[in-house]
Ligand binder design. Structure first.
Ligand SMILES: [Zn+2]
Length: 81
C-alpha cells in the first residue's frame, strides 16, 4: 500500500487497526506516527482504539502503567473539553 507524502486524518483513521496490529510497513508506520505528533485528534483516536482493544482483551497490547495513565488523562481532558 502506497500512501501520499502526508497522511490525511481520514487515512490515519483507516490505518489505526493495521497500526495496532503492527501490520503497517515501516514507511507507512513512520508517516502514521509523524501525523500523530501534530494532530491531537488522531492521537486521541489512537488512544481510544488502544483502550477499546485492551478492554476487549484483543490484541494483547500492554503499555507501561505510567505511560498509560498519562495517556488516559490526556484522553479524558480531550473528551471533556
Ligand atoms: Zn489527524
Amino acid at each position: 500500500m502506497k500512501l501520499e507524502r502526508e497522511l490525511a486524518c481520514r487515512q490515519v483513521v483507516e490505518l489505526v487497526t493495521a497500526y495496532l496490529d503492527d501490520a503497517l510497513d515501516p514507511v507507512d508506520r513512520e508517516r502514521f506516527e509523524e501525523h500523530l505528533v501534530f494532530c491531537d485528534g488522531c492521537a486521541n483516536y489512537l488512544e481510544q482504539m488502544r483502550a477499546t482493544i485492551r478492554l476487549a482483551g484483543g490484541a494483547g497490547l500492554v503499555l507501561p502503567p505510567a505511560l498509560e495513565s498519562r495517556l488516559l488523562d490526556a484522553f479524558n481532558d480531550w473528551r471533556t473539553s
